[in-house]
Write a protein of this length. Structure first.
Lengths: 111, 114
């Protein structure tokens, strides 16, 4: 079993829809959670960083962490065609030197 | 534009060539990373530098040789690569090399081995 599981999609939604992207993890030592957006032929771009259970909002994006269920989500409201990209979750633990990535979910927002 | 700059953006090389990839950051970060990313896969960690010292080598073949000349620069020297080494090579940096630090990525070098 991988430490971080992410549905690879692909996921297609109409413009304006609410998108839910999810990751589950098995390592209870993970305390820090990130979401990255990666456009084709570009590097991953940090979207959200959180280290506590609950919700964190930034514009149209909301990151949700449920440590008891070992489950994190990224919600995108009023999705736009420019949101079409691959979304990667990543997690870290205190004392570790590296992050653990999900496999990424490919999202397409159709105009 | 990203705050981590990688050059070149594209590189085509033969299996006998020697080339280098370069990465630069001016965020004052003390940790820098090399990743390899194949199509439709997540980034795969290769090397971690912390305070200019190599702290992690994820069993990478010796045909890849990293170098950290100073806290802002990271190089990856390539020699005698194989076709399966064709990939996007990403550089990243973070404040420190600990799991609580988000990493910031460059846009990568797309490498093709003929």
């Amino acid at each position: 079993q991988k430490e971080v599981e992410q549905d690879p999609g692909p996921l297609s939604v109409p413009e304006g829809a609410i998108v839910s992207l999810n990751c589950t993890y098995s390592n209870s030592a993970f305390q820090y959670f990130m979401w990255y957006r990666q456009y084709s032929r570009k590097g991953p771009e940090l979207l959200m960083y959180t280290y506590s259970s609950g919700n964190k909002e930034d514009g149209r994006f909301t990151a949700q962490v449920d440590k008891s269920s070992k489950y994190i989500s990224l919600f995108i409201r009023d999705s736009q065609p420019s949101d079409s990209a691959t979304y990667l979750c990543a997690m870290g633990e205190t004392g570790a030197n590296n992050l653990f990535f999900g496999t990424g979910t490919r999202l397409t927002v159709i105009p | 534009d990203t705050e981590v700059t990688q050059t070149p953006k594209h590189l085509v090389m033969g299996m006998t060539n020697k080339k280098s990839l370069k990465c630069e950051q001016h965020m004052g970060h003390r940790a820098m990373y090399w990743y390899k990313q194949k199509a439709k896969k997540p980034p795969e960690l290769m090397f971690v530098y912390s305070y200019e010292k190599l702290s992690i080598n994820e069993s990478v073949p010796s045909r890849f040789s990293p170098e950290c000349p100073n806290s802002s620069l990271l190089n990856l020297h390539l020699h005698a690569l194989q076709p399966e080494d064709s990939a996007l090579y990403l550089c990243a940096s973070s404040q420190f090399s600990t799991g609580d630090q988000p990493q910031h990525f460059g846009d990568g070098t797309r490498l093709s081995i003929l």
